[in-house]
Write a protein that binds this ligand. Structure first.
Ligand code: ATP
Ligand code: MG
Length: 263
């Protein structure tokens, strides 16, 4: 088991926000977290990444990643883990990358920050290779661009390339497509699946769209009001939902992949 989250409680200050969340993920598995706004999806992802904002803290339960109890991680251990073992893709990678620096300069800095032995030209080569892997044409041209010169879909591909550069074991993607138009959304989701197939990286995707979830995931977790109301294999959740809220979500997406899973 790559990631095991058990009976996790997360609080902001005195307020219990997520209660009793559990999940398990193997290498190469894709899990989606779906649920309404404020249900705690981002909070769960951030707890796994060890970066809860403000007064956020894990108040009970455990998170084991690759055999390690990450709740015991020191800031130094987290720094080592980011990028090389766990990576994150944001809603709009434009927020992660500095708007006033060229992609190339940032990508090279990022590589050298983690691998100081790499020369600038080695880092440049690595970056171009990864940009090609995420199907960005003319990587040299992309490296030379400012973030605002790229489309939202291209920026997301850059985000995926940066997240994957050190071949992490898990990729956490918080609504990676919600800032994109529908066609581009599908392309980015497909790109994430391709990356999983190529690198056998485990993926957690937070999404509002259970249609997206059912299309790509091995597992689905449904959250409502800070609780996991449904969790299981894709076939089970889609084919035989137990919770009324899951049924509601599925009713809103009657046609999935041309097949009616839930009438
Ligand atoms: N930094 C914070 N300080 C205090 N409370 C917070 C903080 N971040 C989130 N919360 C609260 O935690 C709850 C869950 O928020 P979270 O961002 O995890 O929801 P979400 O499911 O990701 O929603 P969305 O779909 O809108 O992104 C909300 O009630 C929110 O107000
Ligand atoms: Mg969120």
């Amino acid at each position: 088991m790559l990631l095991q989250v058990k009976d996790l409680d997360i609080s902001y200050g005195e307020r219990l926000t997520v209660a009793g969340a559990s999940l398990e993920l193997d290498k190469g598995e894709i899990m989606s977290i779906v649920g309404e706004s404020g249900s705690g999806k981002t909070t769960v992802i951030r707890a796994i990444m060890g970066c809860l904002p403000g007064a956020g803290r894990v108040s009970a339960g455990s998170i084991t990643f690759d055999g390690k109890d990450v709740l015991q991680n020191t800031p130094e251990q987290w720094r080592h883990m980011y990028g090389s073992e766990m990576s994150m893709i944001f809603q709009d990678s434009g927020n992660m990358i500095n708007p006033i620096r060229r992609i190339g300069a940032q990508f090279i800095d990022y590589i050298q920050a983690h691998q100081p032995d790499k020369s600038k030209s080695q880092a440049y080569e690595m970056a171009c290779q990864m940009l090609t892997n995420v199907r960005l044409p003319n990587p040299e041209n992309i490296m030379n661009c400012y973030p605002f010169e790229l489309s939202g879909g291209m920026r997301q591909r850059v985000g995926i390339a940066m997240a994957m550069i050190f071949s992490p074991k898990i990729l956490l993607a918080d609504e990676p497509t919600s800032a994109l138009d529908v066609t581009t959304q599908a392309q980015i989701i497909r790109q994430i699946v391709d990356i999983r197939n190529e690198y056998n990286v485990a993926v957690i995707i937070v999404t509002h769209n259970i249609g997206v979830a059912s299309y790509v995931s091995n597992k689905i977790m449904v959250m409502q009001g800070g609780k996991v109301v449904e969790y299981g294999k894709r076939e089970d959740v889609i084919g035989n939902p137990q919770h009324e809220y899951t049924k509601q979500l599925l009713r809103a997406v009657p046609i999935i992949g041309g097949k009616c899973y839930y009438a």
